[in-house]
Structures are given as C-alpha cells and as structure tokens.
Design a protein around this ligand. Structure first.
Ligand SMILES: *Cc1c(COP(=O)(O)O)cnc(C)c1O
Length: 376
C-alpha cells in the first residue's frame, strides 16, 4: 500500500537513548527515562502525578482499582469505544452501562448521562474520541452531584485540551495510550494521570505489586514490603526511552499532524457543502491533537464502496469500532441505556483516512483528490 493508514511515530534520538539503557544495563521499570516521561507529562499537563504503565488498558485497570469499583457496580460509558474502556471495569465485576453518542463528535452525549444514573452507579468514563474533548463541564457537574468518579479514557487525547485544561487531568483519573497507533508511541504502553494527591501513594503501591517500593526508591523508608493488593503495571525503561525521544519533539509532531488535518478539512469542505459527506466537528473551547481524520459517508454501503475505491488507488482507509453493546461480550456483561439513535448509525458511516507523523501535505492533496473523484 502506497498510502498506509498509520505509520508509528519515530524520533531519531530513540536509538541513542535505548542504546544508553542497554550499555548501562538499566532496562527495568521506573528507570531514568520513565522518570523523565512522567515529569514531562506532569509539567505539560499540570496533573498532580503521571505514572507510565504497560498500556492504556492497564492504566484503566489501575484506575478501576483506585476508584474501588467492585461486583455489581455500574459504570457509564459510550458503546462507541475500544473494548479496553469496558474490560477494565468488567474485570472488577462491574456492569458497563452504555449511553448513546453525539453525532457531531462521536463522544458520549452528556445530556443522556444523568438519566442512566442509578443507586449502583459509581463512575462515568468519557472517551475523547479522535482527541476531541467530551463536554467535561456537564460531566463533572453530574459526577459531583451524584458522587461519582470520573475516569477519562484519553487514549487518543494526548496534547489535547478542553477549556485550557489537558485531557486526562479533568477527571479523578486520566488514561493515555502509547500504542503504536497513537500520536506518541512506545510500542505498547500508556500512562495514568492522577488529579488528587491523596490517590498517588495507593496508585504507586498497586502499580508495584502491592508494595511500597516507590517510597523505598525515594529513600523515604529503608526497606520495602507488601502493603496492599496489586499488580505489575510498570514498563521497561527501554520503552520509555523510545517514547521520551518523541516527547522532546512533541510540538513538532503535533503541528505536523495539525497541518495535515487542516489540509484534509480545507480540501474536503466543498464536498461537505455540497452535501456529499460530513466532516468532524471541533466544539468551541476544544483544542485537539489531530489524532484522526474521519469522514462520514451517507451509509454503510457508500462507505464500503469508498474504502474499496481508495484501496484500488493505493490508499488505506479504515472503519472503526463496532459498538460494544452489539458484541457478544457487550451483551453478556453490559446493557445499553435508552435508545441507540446514533451509536450504530454513525459508526456504520465513518471512515478514517491516513494520518501519521510523516504524512506530507501533497499526500493529503492526492488522497483528497481521490475522495473527490469517488463522489464525482
Ligand atoms: C488505543 C485505545 C485504548 C487502548 O490502548 P492500549 O494502550 O492499547 O491499551 C483504549 N481506549 C481507546 C479509546 C483507545 O483508542
């Protein structure tokens, strides 16, 4: 394929940093590069604490443990999301309660959340689709009134903001992904962002097999011991070294992506104006990170034809989530609250166009020309 859908980000310094880890035989978890990454995110986002994890899935599992989610609890989330959003809570015996999305952003419809709250509800999990923020003021207000935790699935939202605040820092916990399909990558990896100081110590303990090893490393205690339940959610410093090189050039990566996103938007605006397709909406107050550029065809049939036409022209475009409530596990573990007006219908018409660091403006022009040709 000439125009891949995704090419993992790479920064030249990665090789040098990884080599340094190998030569110094410092490759286990919580080494120098993990600390550098954590501090970079704390500075950039203003969160109280960032902890690198082995994936966003694991960051969400950690958040579910910290939020004390247990058997029979209900957790409100959109059905239009990746399986991990639900898995982390299902593992605790909780029930995912799916709420319909807004067609303009594909994010959970904040106006439908409150009606789904019951006396078993413990948390809301907004997913910032395509790095474009959910309506967080409304969500935080509902959470405050019903005493619910908010765990942001900001897997796609690194470097995005809502009313001046970084995504992942607004709720009690925020989860980032550094999978190779995301804007910044360490192969497999993620991070947990913690808003409240009082959650930090317990997070460090659960992430380190239920021990107070982090405190020991800081010299706060002279031996470490088993103090709580826990697991192992810390990545090798090799992965962190790979990521850190990208963080050093994060502004450059971000602006290159934004340039491509804006060019797609400009090129395809005439097709939107003529009613052929729909383009993403960025609500006021949202600064996004160009994680994804998607278009919406009239229906699934037209989308399939478009994807096939692009493929014949060496362009890989792909659809996205099959709504979780229609999947076997979704039916088994969760339920949809209210009416599925948009989740299925909108997911069936959405196609994502190539988007990665290294995609050139002229590539975007070529891809847009082919989309225009399809609609001619
Ligand atoms: C990528 C992604 C995840 C999972 O991230 P991993 O790091 O692969 O675990 C979870 N939620 C959303 C919305 C994602 O896009």
């Amino acid at each position: 394929m000439k125009y891949n859908f995704n090419v993992p980000p790479y920064a030249e310094k990665s090789m040098e940093y990884i080599k340094e880890c190998v030569v110094n035989q410092k490759i286990c978890g919580d080494g120098a590069y993990t600390v550098k990454c954590n501090e970079w995110f704390e500075k950039r986002t203003g969160t109280a604490k960032c902890l690198l994890t082995t994936s966003c899935t694991h960051a969400t599992e950690l958040a579910a443990l910290l939020a004390d989610i247990s058997e029979g609890d209900e957790v409100i989330m959109p059905a239009y999301t990746f399986v991990s959003t639900a898995d982390a809570f299902v593992l605790r015996g909780a029930i995912p309660v799916f709420v319909d999305i807004r067609p303009d952003t594909m994010n959970i419809d904040e106006k439908l959340i409150e009606a789904a709250v019951t006396d078993r509800t413990r948390a809301i999990v907004p997913v910032h689709y395509a790095g474009i923020a959910c309506e967080m003021d409304t969500i935080m207000d509902i959470a405050a009134r019903h005493k619910l935790k908010v765990i942001e699935d900001a897997a796609q939202g690194v470097m995005s903001a809502y009313k001046g605040r970084s995504l992942g820092t607004i709720g009690d916990f925020g989860c980032y992904s550094f999978h190779e399909t995301k804007n910044y990558s360490m192969g497999e990896g993620g991070a947990l962002l913690i808003r409240n100081e009082e959650d930090i110590e317990n997070a460090e303990i659960i992430r380190e097999k239920g021990t107070n090893r982090s405190k020991y490393f800081r010299g706060q205690i002279d031996k470490y011991t088993w103090v709580n339940y826990g697991s192992s959610y810390l990545p090798s410093d090799l992965n962190a070294a790979y990521l850190y090189a990208q963080l050093e050039i994060a502004e450059e990566i971000n602006s290159a992506r934004i340039e491509c996103w804006s060019r797609y938007y400009e090129n395809l605006t005439p097709l939107m104006e003529s009613g052929h397709l729909e383009l993403p909406t960025v609500p006021e107050g949202c600064v996004h990170n160009a994680h994804m550029f998607y278009i919406k065809a009239a229906d699934m049939e037209e989308r399939t034809a478009l994807i096939n036409f692009l493929k014949a022209n060496d362009i890989l475009s792909v659809f996205h989530y099959i709504p979780l409530h229609t999947a076997p596990a979704g039916k088994k573990f969760g339920r949809f609250h209210g009416e599925d007006r948009y989740t299925t219908r909108e997911s069936e018409r959405l196609a994502r166009l190539p988007m990665y660091y290294g995609l050139k403006p002229e590539d975007v022009d070529y891809i847009c020309d082919k989309v225009k040709e399809f609609y001619k």
